[in-house]
Design a binder for this molecule. Sequence first.
Ligand code: KIV
Length: 266
Amino acid sequence: MDKKLTLSGIRNMKANGERIACLTAYDAGFAQILDQAGVDIMLVGDSLGMVVQGKESTLPVTIDEMVYHTRCVSQGNSHAFILADMPFMSYATPEQAVSNAGRLMKEGAAHGVKLEGGREIIPTVSRLSHAGIPVCAHLGLLPQSVNKYGGYRVQGRDPEQALSIIEDANALETAGADMLVLECVPRSLTEQIMDVVTIPVIGIGAGGNCNGQVLVLYDMLGITQHKLPRFVHNFLSDADSISAAIVAYVQAVKQGTFPQQEHGYD
Ligand code: KIV
């Protein structure tokens, strides 16, 4: 791959049935390895609060920290589309969201931003979209709401909640979301969401039929020490280097051999 992947390139991948390989990245060194391995989207996830900073959740991560890590990742990247997470309380109003997303794009050189939430963030998504900022929505398990859930749990298991997530997905696309990350939901709900949205859907614990997959880099390399969710596979355990593990992940996503049945929820 010689060219930088753009939003229209990502849309074309979906249209052509090519699966999108996405991984989190937090620094230039790993970004270079991911780039060379052919990762399509690097997500500068606010998961850095847990895996890099050792915090208990993603909530303490600040916009300054996200800008710093996004800039580091951009330095190591040549081809991938860089998505930067908007951290907790950095998009409480549409005005605040535009200002902070602007920093991630101008200072961090992100190509787009990701934010968690459903219909309650529609005015924000719409404002970002009108400002020319590519937006990735995030539904299902929302790690920034962990204190409301009381833990990290599969979402959308009961019919009422499932319907609400489907309506959220529809509304977010209508408001201008360009992509959707779907985290930790039953496979059947993913299928229903894929039927109502036209934007690319990137799954994490959402089954194998999404348009792409994402994992937290430190989880799929076996660096994370605490108990991991069932949707994680350690790609380094069968590879002889970090680069080979990332290449194996990209190939597995592209060929549809990851995730397997055991990585999903019924
Ligand atoms: O912050 C993050 O790494 C994420 C992924 C879990 C999708 O949002």
